[in-house]
Design a protein around this ligand. Structure first.
Ligand code: NAP
Ligand code: ZN
Ligand code: ZN
Length: 349
């Protein structure tokens, strides 16, 4: 066992604070990683506040991990010491079910071993990326392209893949129209990726405050959802709408913005259930769907796509001592567009 420093919440009402814990020694197929940066995902906030129930404390959050390999197990073939690597939302799956066998392990029948707030097969709790190091099976580690900086690549491991996967699945590309609801960590990656795929991209944001940013990120159009005119003007406009918002809102309003056969895809996770009217769906054969992160194969494909198109996240790098403040700012949509923790700051904690 190796001692690791990190930041954890001790229970549901506690702030994040310095915490020491143990990481396993690398097994035959394990890669030990020196974590350089970790992005802050809104999911981290949901989990430390136990908004979905079942949170495990103490909890070291963080699943947008970018770092460098420091040692490898005797049977590792995919990585070597010094490689730039990433770890996303999960570190294991059953490897045996239909989904695991068909590169859809994010939908593993037995359930994923998540990077934090979860349990390994031996029952030990997993601890995430707000820490100096991590040990992960090589099959659940990603390669970060050499031309991309580690800090701004970290958010690709969750925000990037969570938007890339539905954009690919619902065929975003030349000749079709995509709307992204919410220009936050996930949303701004959606704009960059959909634009790079060749789709016509619209941002639906609460106000016009971020309009210039939206255009710079690659949006063709930008509308405020606080303006009722937006919903009249955009009726029947989109092939695909991806909703990244976790706050409660009326999805029915957005269904009406879809074309015939259009899809409204949920990736943001409000705690409350949302009532849906049947008519908006049947009259134009519209669909509502959901999408969760992406497989390891697809995450690597996304990273390679980002390497090719020079896409990274727009980030604000913070020392770990500012993480509680960053959570408060995220809750006010005051981040452009992802906080990333510089793990070197742990040394002064
Ligand atoms: P974020 O950075 O906080 O962005 C959310 C955006 O939602 C905000 O920037 C804001 O955009 C908009 N918003 C906030 N409050 C709103 C309100 N009251 N009404 C309407 N819009 C509001 O969060 P994130 O990290 O992108 O995560 C978003 C959600 O996705 C979270 O629920 C997270 O748990 C979930 N998630 C899901 C997956 C998955 O696999 N499906 C993966 C990762 C995260 P504007 O200012 O532009 O309106
Ligand atoms: Zn996430
Ligand atoms: Zn499985």
């Amino acid at each position: 066992m190796a001692q690791a420093k990190g930041y954890a919440v001790s229970d549901v009402k506690a702030p994040l604070a310095p915490y020491s814990f143990e990481r396993r020694e690398p097994r035959e197929h394990d890669v030990a990683i020196d974590i350089r940066y970790c992005g802050i995902c809104h999911t981290d906030i949901h989990q430390v506040r136990d908004e979905w129930g079942g949170s495990i404390f103490p909890m070291v959050p963080g699943h947008e991990i970018a770092g460098v390999v420091t040692s490898i197990g005797s049977k590792v073939t995919k990585y070597k010491i010094g490689d730039k690597v990433g770890v996303g939302c999960f570190v294991d799956s059953c490897r045996d079910c239909k989904q695991c066998e068909s590169d859809l392990e994010q939908y593993c029948t037995e359930g994923l071993v998540l990077t934090y707030n979860s349990r390994e097969r031996d029952g030990s709790p997993t601890m995430g990326g707000y820490s100096e190091k991590i040990v992960v099976d090589e099959n659940y580690v990603l390669r970060i392209p050499d031309n991309l900086p580690l800090d701004a690549s970290a958010p690709l491991l969750c925000a990037g893949i969570t938007l890339y996967s539905p954009l690919k699945h619902w065929h975003a590309g030349p000749g079709n129209t995509v709307a992204i609801i919410g220009l936050g960590g996930l949303g701004h990656m959606g704009v960059k990726l959909a634009h790079a795929m060749g789709a016509e991209v619209t941002v639906l944001s609460q106000s016009l405050r971020k309009r210039e940013d939206g255009k710079r990120l690659g949006a063709d159009h930008f509308y405020a959802t606080s303006d009722p005119e937006t919903f009249k003007r955009l009726k029947g406009s989109f092939d695909l709408i991806i909703n990244t918002v976790s706050a409660d809102m009326d999805w029915n309003l957005y269904l009406d913005l879809l074309k015939v056969d259009g899809s409204f895809v949920v990736v943001g996770l409000p705690a409350k259930q949302v009532p849906i009217g049947a008519f908006a769906l049947i009259l134009r054969r519209r669909s509502i769907a959901g999408s969760a992160i992406g497989s390891i194969r697809e995450t690597q494909e996304m990273l390679d796509f980002c390497g090719k198109h020079n896409i990274v996240s727009d980030i604000e790098v913070i020392p770990i001592q500012k993480v509680n403040e960053a959570y408060e700012r995220m809750l006010k949509s005051d981040v452009r567009y992802r906080f990333v923790i510089d793990m070197a700051s742990l040394k002064s904690s």
